[in-house]
Each structure stands twice: as C-alpha cells, then as structure tokens.
Write a protein that binds this ligand. Structure first.
Ligand code: RNT
Ligand code: ZN
Length: 417
C-alpha cells in the first residue's frame, strides 16, 4: 500500500481521538534540531586533528572513514542532512574553524575564520549553533580552564569564551537568526579537593567577566552546561548543576541540560518544567548515556519520547532549543547522525500526535486510570504511517530506504579515506 493511502487511514484513526495529523506535522516541521558537527570526526576539529581528545570525554571506536578535513566533514553532513526531515542547524565548536592552515590561538578566533561555514550554511539553509572549545589544548592539559588557579591561563579561557560569543553573534547577524552558544568546561578534580569553594569562586568570576558585555539576544543566546563527573575528574566537577543553575539565573542566560550529565536515575525530561519556571530558555544536549556519560547515538527510547512530550505538551517549542550531543566512533558516522537526528524528529512527531489536552483533563480530575489506559493504547496507534508520510513529504527517505544509500556512500567515499 502506498505511504499516502496508509497515511489517510492513520489520519482518520487519529482524528477519532481528536488529533489533527496535519497540524502535528506542520508544528514539528518548524522546530529546529541542531546537529552536532563533532559526530563526523570523533570530536577532533581542525586545529590539531591528530591531537588527543581531552577534557574527560571519549569517542570510542575506530570505524574507518571519519572526516579528516572541512570539505569531508561538510560533504558527510550534507549527506546525512538529506536523510533527516525538518529544520536543521549545525552545531559548530570553536576548534572547527577554517584557519586556512594557519595556527590561530583560541583567544584570537574571529568571525572571519567561520565565514566559509556561514556561506555554506546559508547555501544549504542550515542554521548554526556555536560552542566554545575549552578542551583538547595545552592550556587545558591539567584539567582546569575557567576555574584555573593561574590567572594567565584563566584569562586566556575567558578571552576565548568572550571571542566565542562574539563570533556567534556575528554568525547570527549574517544568518538573521539566533545562534545558541554553549559554554562547557571540563574543570574538575580527580581526587577529593579541600577547597571546592575557591575553584567555584574563580569559575563564577570568569562568567561574570564573560557575560559582562550584553549581546543582542536576537543573534546570540548563551547557555551554560553542568555535569556530574568526567574521566579523570571523578571527585568534584567545578561547574555542577547547582553552580550553573545559579549562574544562568544571575546572568539571564540559558541552562544547558545534557542527558548524560546527571545521576543515572535522573532524567532531563523531568527538569524542563522546573527550569523553565525560572528562566526564559534552555538548551538541550540530547544524548544517550549508557552506564556513564557515554554519548551513545540517540535511540527512540522512553526518555527521548519524554523529552519531546515535555516540550510539546507545555508549548515550549520556542523556549527549548534542541541540540544533539553524541559521538560514536564505532559505527558509520553518517549513519550515526542520520539515526540519532531522525529519532529526535520521530520523538517530536510522536509527541505532537498526542491528545495532550484530553490527557491533562483526565489527570486534573484524578482519573489516572484513563490517563494510563490512553497513554498505553496510543503506543499502538498508527504512528509509523504518519511518520512515513512526513518523511516522504519532507523529501527524505521513507523507513529503511536510506540504509543502502549510506552503505554505497561508505563504499564509494568513506572507505577510500
Ligand atoms: C561534555 C559535554 C560537551 C561536549 C561537547 C563536545 O561532557 O557534553 O557538551 O560533549 O561540547
Ligand atoms: Zn553536552
């Protein structure tokens, strides 16, 4: 049966519980998903691609075919983007600058080193997000950056963070849309410190300086990302959740919620409604932690669905900025992007096809029986027929029809690297 015919049946079935499938697809098509550039090259960047990835994060696996330069990364990203429905942004890290072969110190990055990214993004109608890069650098080698006890080193990272905001704002101006700039630093102690306070005071002071200059929110929105621990920084992370919750409120910036940055039974889906009571926007790093902050490719699991539901049920479509943050070097990287980003889109559409108002009313009346009954029955509604139709209408592959193409791309392009 054709995708269209299946869809028409699904549309009728959903209409039976008061869900407008057309409106759902339209809504989801307007929510941007920011796809992390770093899945394409195992978080190496173009400053020193053969250098070690530091900062307590790891891309494990040695699948062949990673992007080795800017052209390969862009080509791979374009390939994946053609397989992903919806509005797309590319999330860039400062170390992915186009330096023309010159060594540019991190505290001297300027918009001109990102001009080719801007032009490319415009051509392909991608938005851009930005990230300062406070790792994989000699001045972060001892595990500290913005909370460093050495003032010269700390100032270097402050200058880098300020420069990152300015680069982002210029990208925003040129694109005519908001760039989200994420600030994450790896700072933490391997062993139990005796002066957590001093390190946190230094980090707080650094952000006082970084956010001192206001930047038009039309072009740049900053986010600060907390975490529990990193490899080699197991005993104390300076930028903890409480630290950044306060920091975000003080400076009126976003809190970045990374799905892998909390204790194992804590879910970021549950945090969205709390945090958005007190701040305007949040940034998400949607990831899949497996036993630790492992950054596995995002799958269509309960937490992903819960994240999407929390956004849509509360009409946070514009206040939650969705970014992906996974990096798996053990599988085809173009496929990793495609699988993860398609799943994010799938979860958004799944959430949009829920009769939320009806369910909220049941809950408000204390009818938890009906709430559970409907939520469970909805799981076997003909969601896949709407998803397939959405993909077809968005001009991307339906169902598994992209897998062989990516295999061909691997055979003809990636495996030749
Ligand atoms: C690390 C943070 C951070 C990075 C990226 C590469 O634990 O999640 O967001 O993954 O900036
Ligand atoms: Zn993250």
């Amino acid at each position: 049966m054709s995708t269209e015919k299946m869809y028409q049946i699904a549309k009728e079935i959903y209409a039976g519980i008061g869900v407008d499938t057309e409106a759902a697809m339209k809504r989801v098509s307007q929510i941007p998903v920011s796809i992390q550039c770093w899945q394409g090259d195992d978080v190496r960047g173009f400053e020193n691609p053969d250098g070690a990835l530091t900062g307590g994060i790891q891309a494990t696996g040695n699948y062949p075919g990673r992007a080795r330069n800017i052209d390969e990364l862009r080509a791979d990203f374009e390939y994946a983007a053609k397989l992903i429905p919806g509005k797309k942004k590319i999330s860039l890290h400062a170390m992915y600058l186009d330096n023309g072969g010159k060594d540019i110190p991190r505290d001297e990055i300027e918009p001109k080193y990102f001009q080719s990214w801007i032009d490319w993004a415009k051509e392909h109608h991608y938005g851009i997000d930005f990230n300062s890069t406070c790792f994989s650098h000699p001045l972060s080698a001892d595990g500290f950056t913005l909370s460093h006890v050495n003032n010269d080193i700390r100032s270097f990272w402050i200058r880098h963070s300020i420069a990152s905001r300015e680069v982002a704002a210029e990208i925003g101006r040129q694109l005519g849309e908001t760039v989200c700039t994420n600030h994450w630093v790896p700072d933490g102690f391997k062993d139990i410190p005796v002066d957590r306070m001093a390190a946190r005071e230094r980090l707080a002071d650094s952000f006082d300086q970084i956010f001192a200059k206001p930047i038009d929110k039309k072009y740049n929105l900053d986010g600060v990302e907390s975490k529990v621990f990193g490899i080699g920084a197991e005993s104390c992370t300076i930028g903890s959740h409480e630290f950044y919750m306060g920091c975000a409120l003080k400076h009126d910036v976003m809190l970045t919620l990374d799905a892998g940055h909390y204790h194992p039974t804590e879910m970021i889906s549950d945090k969205i409604s709390s945090v958005l009571l007190y701040m305007n926007d949040i940034l998400l790093h949607v990831s899949r932690p497996v036993r630790w902050d492992s950054d596995h490719v995002v799958i269509f699991d309960d937490e992903l669905k819960a994240i999407a539901s929390e956004i849509l049920r509360n009409n946070f479509d514009k206040r939650v900025h969705i970014g992906l943050d996974f990096f798996d070097a053990s599988i085809n990287r173009v496929a990793a992007w495609t699988i993860g980003a398609r799943n994010m889109q799938k979860a958004l559409l799944y959430a949009a096809l829920e009769p939320s108002e009806k369910l909220k009313q049941m809950e408000a009346c204390g009818d938890y029986t009906s709430r559970l009954a409907y939520l469970e029955e909805l799981k076997s509604y003909p969601f896949s027929a709407v998803w397939d139709y959405y993909c077809e209408n968005s001009g991307v592959a339906v169902r598994d029809n992209w897998i062989e193409d990516v295999q061909d791309y691997e055979k003809n392009v990636l495996s030749k690297r």
